[in-house]
Structures are given as structure tokens and as C-alpha cells.
Design a protein around this ligand. Structure first.
Ligand SMILES: Cc1cc2nc3c(=O)[nH]c(=O)nc-3n(C[C@H](O)[C@H](O)[C@H](O)COP(=O)(O)OP(=O)(O)OC[C@H]3O[C@@H](n4cnc5c(N)ncnc54)[C@H](O)[C@@H]3O)c2cc1C
Length: 501
């Protein structure tokens, strides 16, 4: 078994991952557990590189609360693979997957249905095509059975998704510790720094403890009452049958807290204690707190604002708050039944478990959200499983790429209060500020997209060259880390971020 990766952070990964990623050359079998989006992509990547693999899928023998067929890669809800508009996060993610020769993305394009600037697919055609491709592959053995425990030997890719079976979840908890496995997610909205009006907020931590890390939106009684009224009348997403009444006290949706009484939020996530508005010299009636979402402060999280309000309702209601009038929402709030791990503590950016590097994770269980994100993490897990088999060090794209930013975010050990994340522009490290003026939103997105394109193609070119020139595994068993991991070091916060001053 390899050396523990406990101490590795994203930023020093290039220097240390070489050791942590090691698995013994005797671990020659690869198994994928879970035949969803991540598991199918991982299995095809492994098999197409010439390694035999067993893929375990428990359906139809054991079903989940959301799947309804026996097909692999079944989409359980919407049929959208996200935007095709240039330089958006889903577009950049798909561009990178195409470069990586994603098998499921190629199938999805063959099964596309008209949907404007989005990639929407015929879910039945897609699942049938994926099932056929996987089950007819000569190197893939499809075992239609539930894996009740993580295998003790070999290389395992765990891709059992948000509805991982109970016995396997227990097995994973025994590796990570019960407190590191979550069964419900509570996601609050994230807004882009550029789009906020900080003149209407003040920067302070409660009781002035520590650095002033929070931006606070102060509300007077009238504004608070107006906000509560809007929350209580907003349209919410109805839970699936298996999701009902499962909220934990500590992470209730804000509208459900408001239903308990008009003042409840003012004593909960909107409590003003320990805060003084410098404009009035008084404690506000209530506050909304914003906490930096990344080290470069290009995005802020609305603290404690997990919600089941419908997306357009969230945008409408939250934009009525002072300072958020023009907010660009990089992610909207949600709450789901979801099995995922405390990735910042347990996962390397290569998707290996720090404690057992021969176990890789793919899909939603890694703490990423979304169909295409699941395909992406499945692909990287598959790629790294084959690199481990051939004695090469596992790898991941640089942080300025969309896949690299996702992997860096979920595996950053400095991240507290981890919430699952989709691909969004707020995950990218900040761009260097312009000498004069400020980029418009389209200019910023294009610059981030272009930087991602360059970073990705440099990385991938080196990886493919390395693979081509590598005919034999090293005789001494040493790892060859010929991977140009461009780890981003923090530039100064952009001009638009007032916390810079
Ligand atoms: C109700 C619901 C609605 C969602 N809606 C959307 C949406 O609209 N858009 C979106 O982008 N994302 C949505 N998601 C998230 C979505 O599930 C993921 O984006 C994606 O499907 C996850 O891919 P995955 O491969 O990780 O998991 P899945 O696609 O769920 O695949 C996991 C597979 O593992 C199998 N499995 C589980 N345990 C075992 C075991 N012990 N042994 C063998 N097999 C096992 C399951 O049967 C399943 O086939 C939704 C999730 C849920 C639960």
C-alpha cells in the first residue's frame, strides 16, 4: 500500500503527490463500483487503454429511490448537460472533456435533442447506447450485483453516486470515519465579487474576533419584514418522496426556518449580534453574511442561505437585497439527498483517498455536482487508475482549467464547511488585474476561458507525450512525475474586490 497523503495540500501537490500516489505494483486488478455516469466513463477509459476491468452495477437486482430502469448511465432528473454558450463554465468543461476523448460526452452528442444553446439529450437513447458500449467492450466484465464492501485488494474506483447503497456506505465510513460521510447536501448561493455593491455592506467579523472576514448586508426592521414576506411566498421545489422531512436542524432551508415564525431567521442565520454598522453606529436589525468562497475572493457565499426556492425565485428575491441588485449568481442554493464525502479531508486532487491511494473516487460522491462533472471525475479516476497500473504517477490538470479547478476545490484541505460544487467561473483562480480599469463580465469570462484552454492543452500534450514515450514501467518501481502541474499562486485580489484595500 502507498504512503499516506494526509499532509498534502493542493498547492504543494506537485512535490508530494509522487509519494502519496504510489500503490504497490502487485495491485493488478481494477474494479469500478457503480455503473452511472462516472462509473461508465471510468470503465471505458480504463478498458480503452488496454486494461481489463470489472464494473459492478447493482440495478436491477437492487434499485435506488431515483433510478427507474436497469440501464447504465441513467439520468435521474433533467436531460440537460448544460450550456453550449461560449466561455461559460459548462462549455469550458465540455471542451476539456472532448480533448480527453470522453466516451460519454461523445455519446451524448450523438443523442442530442434540440435545446437552443444547451446540450440536451434523449435520455433513453443515451442510456441504451452507454449500456451497449460498456457491455460489449471485450475488456469490461459487467457484474450485475451490489458491491457490499470496498475490495481489500486491487485498484478500486468508487462511483456509486448520490444514492450509494447502505452497506457500501457503511464500508466507506469504516475507512473514513462516520463523520466524514454525508447523506444530505445543503447548498447556499454563490455570487461573483465583481457583481456586488460593497458600498451597501460593511466588513466585520462578529465581536471583531479575528480578521474581518465577512461582508455584512445590514437590514432594518422594514427591509427584514419585506424579505421574510418574499421568502414565504416564493415558489419552492417539491422534494422527491424519499427526501421528505429529512432536514437536520443545523441546515434547514431558509424558507422553512422563516415558516417557524417571522423572527426566527433574525435569531438564526440572519442574527446581527456582535456586529455594528459603521454608517449608523448601531447593531442592524438583521444581517446577511457573505464569506469568501475562494482564496482569491473572486466569489462570495451567502452564509446559511441553503434553500429549496426555485432558481428564478432565488435570483428575484435575493436581488432585492441591498448590494445584490446586480448579483451574478455563480451557483444557486439547493438541498438534496446526496451521499458524498468530506473531500477536503480525504481526497487528493488525483481523486485518490489520502488514507488508501489505491481507492479512487468518481462522480457525485466526490462532492462535485452535476452530470457532466460526474463524467469528468469518472474520466480522471479512470485515467489515474491506468497510470497507477503502469507505474506512472497519478495526475490532474492545472488549477486554471475547469477540471483542475473542480478537483483543486474539492480536495483543498484548507476548505472549511465543505459543500458540494458544480463547475462555475468562481472556482478559477483570479486573473491578474489590468493595469487600468476593469474587465467587463464577457471579457473576464473570455480571459479565464483562454487561460484554461492554454493550461489544459500544455498539460495534456505533456501527458500524451509522456505516455507515448513510456514503453516500459521503471525497473526500480520509481514514479515518473513528468506532469507540468501549474499550481497557481495567489495574485493580489482584483481591483473590484474592496476587501483588497
Ligand atoms: C433525485 C436526484 C435528481 C438529480 N437531478 C440532477 C439533474 O437534474 N441534473 C444534474 O446534473 N444532476 C442531477 N442529480 C445529480 C446526479 O445524480 C449526478 O449528477 C449524476 O447522476 C451522478 O453520477 P454518478 O455516476 O456519480 O452517480 P449515478 O449516476 O447515480 O450512478 C451511480 C450508480 O451506482 C449504482 N450503485 C450504488 N451503490 C452500488 C453498489 N453498492 N454496488 C453496485 N452499484 C451501486 C447505482 O445503481 C447507480 O447506477 C440528481 C441526483 C438525484 C439524487
Amino acid at each position: 500500500m502507498g504512503i499516506s497523503g494526509d499532509q498534502i495540500s493542493v498547492r504543494d501537490a506537485p512535490y508530494k503527490i509522487k509519494k502519496a500516489g504510489c500503490v504497490s505494483m502487485s495491485e493488478k486488478k481494477i474494479a469500478v463500483i457503480g455503473g452511472g455516469l462516472a462509473g461508465c466513463e471510468a470503465a471505458l477509459q480504463v478498458a480503452n487503454r488496454g486494461y481489463p476491468i470489472t464494473l459492478y452495477e447493482m440495478r436491477p437486482k437492487v434499485s435506488t429511490a431515483a433510478h427507474s430502469t436497469d440501464q447504465l448511465a441513467e439520468l435521474v432528473c433533467s436531460n440537460s448537460f448544460g450550456s453550449f454558450s461560449d466561455h461559460t463554465a459548462p462549455w469550458i468543461l465540455k471542451r476539456e472533456l472532448k480533448e480527453l476523448n470522453s466516451q460519454l460526452l461523445a455519446l451524448s452528442e450523438r443523442c442530442a435533442v434540440p435545446a437552443g444553446r444547451s446540450l440536451a439529450i434523449d435520455r433513453n437513447l443515451f442510456a441504451e447506447a452507454a449500456t451497449e458500449k460498456v457491455s460489449s467492450h471485450p475488456l469490461i466484465h459487467l457484474a450485475r450485483e451490489e458491491a457490499k464492501a470496498i475490495p481489500e485488494d486491487g485498484i478500486t474506483i468508487l462511483a456509486t453516486g448520490p444514492l450509494t447503497s447502505e452497506s457500501l456506505a457503511r464500508s466507506l465510513a469504516s475507512v473514513l470515519g462516520q463523520e466524514s460521510l454525508y447523506f444530505y447536501d445543503a447548498i447556499s448561493p454563490i455570487v461573483s465579487t465583481d457583481s456586488l455593491d460593497f458600498d451597501k455592506m460593511f466588513c466585520q467579523s462578529r465581536y471583531d474576533k479575528g480578521d474581518p472576514d465577512f461582508w455584512n448586508i445590514p437590514l432594518d426592521r422594514e427591509a427584514y419584514d419585506r424579505f421574510i414576506k418574499q421568502l414565504l411566498t416564493g415558489d419552492v421545489v417539491l422534494p422527491h418522496n424519499f427526501e421528505k422531512a429529512k432536514y437536520f436542524e443545523g441546515c434547514m432551508p431558509i424558507e422553512a426556518i422563516a415558516e417557524r415564525g417571522p423572527q426566527t431567521l433574525a435569531f438564526g442565520p440572519m442574527k446581527p449580534v456582535g456586529l455594528t454598522d459603521p454608517k449608523t453606529g448601531r447593531r442592524p436589525y438583521a444581517v446577511i453574511q457573505l464569506r469568501a468562497e475562494n482564496r482569491d475572493r473572486t466569489a462570495y457565499n451567502l452564509v446559511g442561505f441553503q434553500t429549496k426556492l426555485k432558481y428564478p425565485e432565488q435570483e428575484r428575491i435575493f436581488r432585492n437585497l441591498p448590494g445584490l441588485e446586480n448579483a451574478e449568481f455563480l451557483r444557486l442554493g439547493s438541498m438534496h439527498r446526496n451521499t458524498y464525502i468530506d473531500s477536503p479531508r480525504h481526497l487528493l486532487p488525483t481523486l485518490q483517498l489520502r488514507a488508501r491511494p489505491s481507492i479512487l473516487l468518481g462522480g457525485q460522491i466526490t462532492g462535485t455536482e452535476g452530470y457532466v462533472e460526474s463524467i469528468a471525475t469518472g474520466l480522471i479516476a479512470g485515467l489515474n487508475a491506468t497510470r497507477l497500473m503502469s507505474g506512472q504517477a497519478p495526475t490532474f490538470p492545472p488549477l486554471e482549467t475547469m477540471i483542475g479547478a473542480l478537483l483543486g476545490t474539492i480536495s483543498d484541505p484548507q476548505r472549511k464547511d465543505f459543500q458540494p460544487t458544480n463547475s462555475n467561473m468562481g472556482l478559477f483562480p483570479a486573473l491578474p488585474p489590468l493595469p487600468k480599469g476593469k474587465r467587463s463580465k464577457p471579457e473576464r469570462n473570455e480571459a479565464l476561458s483562454e487561460r484554461a484552454r492554454l493550461g489544459f492543452s500544455n498539460w495534456w500534450e505533456k501527458i500524451t507525450q509522456e505516455t507515448c514515450t513510456r514503453l516500459e514501467p521503471p525497473l526500480d518501481g520509481s514514479q515518473n512525475l513528468a506532469v507540468p502541474l501549474t499550481i497557481h499562486s495567489c495574485p493580489p485580489p482584483s481591483h473590484s474586490d474592496p476587501s483588497a484595500g
